[in-house]
Design a protein around this ligand. Sequence first.
Ligand code: PGA
Length: 247
Amino acid sequence: MFVQRIITKDYDEMSRRAADFVADKLRQNPELRLGLPTGNTPRGMYEQLVERYARGELDFSRVHTFNLDEYWGLEPDHPAAFARYIQNHFLRHVNVPSGQAHWPSGKGDAAENARTYEARIGSEGLDIIILGIGVNGHIGFNEPGAAFDARTGFVQLAERTRQDAFHPRSGFATREDVPIHGITMGIGTILEAKSILLLASGASKAKAIQRALEGPVTEEVPASALQRHGDVTVIVDEAAAARLADK
Ligand code: PGA
């Protein structure tokens, strides 16, 4: 199941190794179709990729990017919108042409937005999808109970997800501003990616990582679906790996 499991000393090393992974794949295939996460976990990876691009080591001109998910009801330039996050942390610093950067719209007709997004991802699917993990084991906004064959769609956020979404860098002014719904690539969509890279850092993720990698494959732990995929690389720091039996 897992091609690689990499345990790093700390967050910075996790970020460097994640950037190495993307850089290697990009050199092998300059036309990468890349699924991208947002949140706290990948910030350091994006910094690394931006630095390497600035040094002339990487070329994203033929890459297509696809955000994993979006809050429902936010304008794309809302401070907490994932569309804005990916611009600020990655796209505006590198040379992905704007027509090649995609994200699901969190406004309008949800079913129509989901169809449009699946069509953009297309039958060829993604080459790589990079994922963080929620404390409750979610991937994207696929919360516990989400079907493993789900496609991109409109979903309700778990209460725990809404709590964790409110923090000083979140872009939300109050806890109540965190939307109740989101639009997310489904687990079925995610599992069609050729390679999956899962990232986690910190003790708060240790239980979710253990359940995802070593627990039963169950819809109660969305990330356990990854055990059904043939090419998963897991890069976690020591704190997030602390509960793994097999290190
Ligand atoms: P985080 O979120 O990177 O902000 O911890 C991860 C997730 O909820 O998927």
